[in-house]
Design a protein around this ligand. Structure first.
Ligand code: FAD
Length: 349
């Protein structure tokens, strides 16, 4: 307890005391919710219970019929209230329209905390909402807590290249905003029997007044790497794989065992694989059941992105490699030799 960060003592401006409740922005694309929304509702539920305030989910999109299943899922994952903003102008994500819809809701209902996923969309939206509202935003948090003395959010995130953790408080500004990466918070259990209330927003915007136009919608189906955070099995490679061609060995193994391929940052920087396969502090956070790390040293910046894996198998030629300090199983071997042998063995099964 003593080592836990202490909040700064301050007195909240009385005009901000009207801000009450915790909100989670539910990210959805054409009726498909991003799982980070449920992870945040699970975390938001804990914070709301500590503050003894309601937990709200914000759902924004084209029409209520399409969004109805998302609204009931949000209640099942812990929301007491769903704030729903609909309209043709909100059909596909645009920073301008979503910022206006979200700030209108915040100005009307005044939540004290607003959480979003640190996804491409969430990062884009959170920044402009915070700027429009003139409040603070802590990005890419790994831990959220409440300072019991002054009810403020304590948002923790890595800093100085991951060598330190800093806890940030937004003092006399409301709402307190934070983004959290997918897979950092645990997925809560759905409780379909929970009940909640849907609050409809009166927000409306004419398409003619919107500066940006959506010309086409092209789903990014080919980008398998984008699925990395939710993969059950990951085969990841580092510089120890030697050369780009050897990465094909990892793709071969992944195909046989139904895995995704991940990589370290130097591998991505060298152009061996696409950037959305990078695992770590400046890449993706993953929590698979099995993480096979081939030719990866286990630097802290890589470790923070994958240490939540259930089982880690490390393959490295150097018995003193740091990855062996936290791997579940360690194999001292040449990965370029071992990976094809493993692929063959699994193929035979
Ligand atoms: P190395 O550290 O060079 O390790 C290669 C390993 O392969 C060695 O342990 C070696 O013994 C082993 N090896 C060699 N040949 C073989 C073989 N034939 N078979 C088996 N093993 C072999 N890194 C990330 O991964 N993700 C991040 O998000 C990230 N963000 C960063 C952010 C900042 C601000 C900074 C400063 C750094 C970041 N890094 C990140 C880089 C990180 O510090 C390490 O440099 C990187 O993770 C090391 O990658 P590597 O393990 O592939 O390479």
């Amino acid at each position: 307890e003593d080592s836990k960060p202490k909040g700064r003592r301050f007195k909240l401006d009385p005009s901000l005391e009207v801000y009450k409740g915790i909100w989670v922005f539910v990210e959805q694309e054409r009726g498909q919710a991003h799982p980070v929304s449920w992870e945040l509702l699970g975390e938001g539920r804990k914070l709301a219970d500590r503050l003894e305030v309601p937990l709200g989910a914000v759902v924004v999109g084209a029409d209520e019929a399409m969004l109805a299943p998302i609204c009931s899922d949000a209640i099942g994952y812990g929301a007491d209230l769903v704030y729903l903003s609909t309209g043709e102008v909100l059909a596909d994500y645009r920073n301008e329209t979503y910022t206006k819809a979200l700030t209108a809701l915040v100005n009307e209902h005044k939540p004290e905390i607003l959480l979003l996923g640190a996804t491409t969309l969430g990062r884009d939206l959170a920044g402009s909402v915070a700027t429009t509202l003139g409040t603070g935003l802590t990005a890419d948090c790994t831990e959220l807590d409440i300072d019991p003395d002054n009810r403020s959010l304590m948002a923790t995130r890595p800093t100085f290249g991951g060598s330190l953790l800093c806890t940030i408080q937004t003092l006399n500004y409301r709402p307190q905003m934070a983004t959290v990466r997918p897979r950092v918070m645990a997925m809560p259990e759905a409780q379909p029997e929970r009940s909640g209330e849907v609050v409809r927003s009166s927000f409306a915007l004419e398409e003619a007044s919107v500066l940006s136009k959506v010309l086409d919608f092209i789903p990014d189906e080919a980008r398998e790497g984008a699925q990395l955070p939710y993969a059950e099995i990951i085969v990841a490679g580092g510089l120890g794989m030697g050369k780009p061609e050897n990465f094909q060995l990892l793709f071969d193994l992944a195909a046989v065992i139904g895995a995704e391929v991940g990589a370290t940052r130097p591998v991505v920087q060298a152009g061996w694989v696409e950037a959305d396969r990078q695992v770590g502090q400046t890449g993706k956070t993953v929590r698979p059941r099995l993480y096979i790390a081939a030719g990866i040293s286990g630097a802290i910046q890589h470790r923070v992105g994958m240490e939540g894996s259930d089982v880690i198998i490390a393959i490295n030629t150097d018995p003193k490699a740091p990855i062996f300090d936290f791997a579940t199983y360690g194999i001292v071997a040449d990965a370029v030799q071992l990976i094809p042998a493993l692929t063959e063995a699994f193929r035979q099964r």
